[in-house]
Write a protein that binds this ligand. Sequence first.
Ligand SMILES: Cc1cc2nc3c(=O)[nH]c(=O)nc-3n(C[C@H](O)[C@H](O)[C@H](O)COP(=O)(O)OP(=O)(O)OC[C@H]3O[C@@H](n4cnc5c(N)ncnc54)[C@H](O)[C@@H]3O)c2cc1C
Ligand code: SF4
Length: 333
Amino acid sequence: MRTFEFNRPENAAAAVASAARAKTAQQGADIRFLAGGTTLVDLMKLEVETPNRLLDINRLPFDKIEELPNGGLKIGATVRNSDLAYHAKVQKDYAVLSQAILSGASAQLRNLATTAGNLLQRTRCMYFRDTAMPCNKREPATGCPAITGSNRMLAILGTSEQCIATNPSDMCVAMAALEATIHVQGTKGAREIAFGDFHLLPGQTPHRETVLEPGDLITHVTLPPPRAGSRQVYLKLRDRASYEFALASAAVVLNVAGGNVTYARIALGGVGSKPWRSHEAETVLTGKSANAANFRSAAEAALRGAQAQSENGFKIELAKRCLAHALQTAATA
Ligand SMILES: Cc1cc2nc3c(=O)[nH]c(=O)nc-3n(C[C@H](O)[C@H](O)[C@H](O)COP(=O)(O)OP(=O)(O)OC[C@H]3O[C@@H](n4cnc5c(N)ncnc54)[C@H](O)[C@@H]3O)c2cc1C
Ligand code: SF4
């Protein structure tokens, strides 16, 4: 395995050209970008990921957080999760993002983990991480032992008969609610991808997790201008208070005027095969009174399509209560 370091601005194009020689898109590819390494190196130690070439992008100039002329925010791909969570504008105007990041992993991991790496972290499904077991996501067409096996932590929304893995990211749930945009440099130039279009449902191809193509380098993420007067909450429910992934989580951006909800952006974590934006819950809530009955109705709508497996049926009610409580907290903040 060889590692190449790219350390000048003009080297981004060289990194893209090198990565474009990979046989597949980023997931499981033989040539990989290396950022913080907290997902990739972890999986290499388990021999789940076996790239033959690593392209170290840590010294590319993507480590800045900048305000945009329209009032939004530009977040470089290699900005560390800690730097993003503690950035003054993020804490003030995008509090749900700061809260989500700080609810994840540990301080040490957040100091190393990057924005782009977090977008591309992989499922914690125990079968995916164990090469002695079959897994459709790791090796297509080998089977999904989780469906009849240990699935307590796994997804109830957006699953397929091929894969029921959960997307484990906290940061992504907040970015879904904030309607972020992901910016990519590829072999055909730069392009932008709306956050909701970035991650793919497992369907028949669970090994394809995003729309990225070979060579695609995430350069930055942008957030739209903050909603004036919005109240923002990230609530994460888990088995222990730190260093643990979500059983269910909710990211909420809410405007309330005269007792009515005038704007709602809602996303769920820990329950979806991708970071789960709930347009259904937003529709139910917008224009209604900001009260407990309507928060519960929104939560019912968000979980309407949920499909439980043998061990994770409890997540349906847990996620509903999580969302209703997050909405109540935001409304009374
Ligand atoms: C013990 C532990 C506990 C954790 N707990 C949580 C938790 O509670 N909540 C949570 O959200 N996360 C948690 N995480 C996951 C953590 O947030 C991710 O590992 C981290 O965000 C990944 O970022 P990275 O920079 O280290 O990525 P890397 O490991 O460097 O890369 C990850 C993937 O992204 C690709 N990549 C990186 N940068 C780019 C780029 N610019 N363009 C294209 N592809 C790129 C890599 O090739 C690789 O495929 C935990 C991790 C560990 C190890
Ligand atoms: S749920 Fe997905 S990741 Fe887990 S074993 Fe099944 S196919 Fe693999």
